[in-house]
Design a protein around this ligand. Structure first.
Ligand code: 5AD
Ligand code: SF4
Length: 461
């Protein structure tokens, strides 16, 4: 593919076609959509926020739970009349649902022009050309096992906000029995460390202050397939050497790949923030085993105890699934127990959703929907109480906030996050502050996972 050089606009904006992009699902999908926007920009498409103006509509999909799928089908129902009214409009479905369902989607929605999987993101311009050239619909999925995972120079033309995401690894080799990711995103592949360091240096030069490393299982970074193999913790130390990186985060982690060396990195590296998202999924050993998480709840607790001994004020968040096949009332009570013991600052909580092709789909979906709903509600209530309790402990205290942008809360100027990943609304500083500044904020009130307070001063740096 002919790739335009950084910073040079290949087309006059007035003759560019327009693409409307919609994204469902995780941060990886958000990053993939950004990437497609960039690739398409260099092929003569600029982004529009109006579907009606678009020459090309792409929906980047998610299939992690059934609810996500339902939302996507209802969105396409609304797009069909646009295609009927304008046959030149190109309609593409990309992402995990595309990988999972392939041809079935063309049968269900014959007005679709193409279906693509997550591994084809860089080929989006070719896919569009193919529709234009042949006028025929097609499915393009699968994985190129030989291809290295690289996001080359094109990404460098992007100007980041104060907090920038960097994909370090894609795919997953864990095969938890409930999860479609190993099937939709394929085997783990890491990007070369040098490419990552270069991207981060570039992001910092462009104004990024915080780097968030992304991957389905970041701790597995660098295990194989690299010219210069490098374990995850060494990557962290390497990033800490780059001048200008003020904060470093990563998500998501798997407890089994979370090493002692990474715990040590928390102790050694000032830029590594005191927050960790560590999915537990369930507090019960039998359920964990059936989920094939390959660790016990005791091992999970021991890991956190070790981490807390190095970073006493670390805040923890998690993912929880309720109603997995075979989850009894007692097993569910173990999940509530671990939530209480750990005291997560926030959690993503889900009712189990059987997914086609996953091993758990072969098990009877034994927990009635009503019970799943009730258990989900119980976890949500418990988490709300814990978040509220922790929030109260911030009142009257000072927190360091990296300003990410304007606040939409009336009476507040800016919003950002503290190191522990609480949202913070800021009052004051209107004329002296800007996005990218770090400020000290005195917390006055709390709502949910958001702290509200006032600043009068900007910190150095
Ligand atoms: N049903 C419910 N939740 C799921 N997750 C993944 N697959 C499923 C499923 N089939 C949740 C897990 C994972 C998060 C991203 O989504 O908690 O960590
Ligand atoms: Fe899915 Fe498990 Fe991989 Fe996470 S670690 S992406 S839950 S298979």
């Amino acid at each position: 593919m002919g790739v335009a050089k950084i910073g040079r606009f290949p087309y006059s904006l007035s003759i560019m076609k327009q693409v409307y992009l919609d994204t469902f699902g995780c941060q990886m999908n958000v990053a993939d959509t950004d990437r497609m926007e960039l690739v398409l920009f260099h092929s003569g498409y600029r982004r529009t926020l109006e579907k009606e103006d678009a020459d090309l509509i792409l929906v980047n999909t998610c299939s992690i739970r059934e609810k996500a799928e339902q939302k996507i089908f209802s969105l396409f129902g609304g797009l069909k009349p646009l295609k009927m009214a304008n046959p030149d409009l190109i309609l593409g479905l990309t992402g995990c649902l595309g990988q999972q369902e392939g041809e079935k989607l063309l049968k269900r929605m014959p007005y679709l022009d193409f279906v693509m999987g997550p591994d084809q993101v860089d080929g989006i311009a070719q896919a569009v050309d193919r529709v234009r050239d042949t006028g025929k619909s097609f499915v393009w999925t699968g994985f190129d096992q030989e291809k290295v995972y690289s996001i080359p120079e094109l990404s460098l033309s992007k100007s980041p906000g104060p907090s920038a995401f960097v994909n370090i690894i894609k795919g997953c080799d864990k095969f938890c029995t409930f999860c479609v990711v190993p099937f939709t995103r394929g085997r783990e592949k890491s990007r070369e460390p040098e490419e990552l360091f270069e991207e981060i240096r570039h992001l910092v030069n462009q104004g990024a202050k915080e780097i968030i490393l992304l991957g389905q299982n970041v701790n597995s970074y660098g295990k194989r397939g690299l010219k210069n193999p490098m374990p995850f913790h060494e990557l962290l130390y390497g990033i800490a050497e780059i001048p200008g990186v003020q904060r470093l985060r990563f998500t998501t982690s798997h407890p089994n790949d979370f090493t002692r060396e990474t715990i040590r990195a928390y102790r050694d590296l000032d830029i590594l923030v005191n927050h960790l998202h560590l999915p537990v999924q369930s507090g019960n050993n039998q359920v964990l085993k059936a989920m094939r998480r390959d660790h016990t709840i005791e091992e999970y607790r021991d890991l956190l105890a070790e981490l807390k001994s190095e970073v006493p004020d670390i805040s923890l968040s998690t993912d929880i699934i309720v109603g997995f096949p075979g989850e009894t009332d007692e097993a569910f009570a173990d999940t509530l127990k671990v939530m209480q013991e750990v005291g997560y600052s926030s959690s993503f909580m889900f009712a189990y959703s059987p997914r086609p092709g996953t091993p758990a789909n072969e098990l009877p979906d034994s927990v009635p929907e009503e019970t799943k709903k009730r258990r989900l509600q119980e976890t949500i209530s418990l988490q709300s109480r814990q978040t509220a309790q922790q929030g109260q402990s911030f009142i009257g205290k000072n927190v360091k906030v990296l300003i990410e942008g304007r606040s939409s809360k009336p009476g507040y100027t800016f919003k950002g996050r503290n190191p522990q990943y609480w949202n913070v609304n800021i009052q004051g500083g209107e004329s002296i502050l800007k996005a990218g500044d770090t400020v000290t904020v005195q917390v006055e009130t709390v709502s949910g996972h958001t702290l509200n307070g006032t600043t009068r001063q900007r910190d150095a740096g």
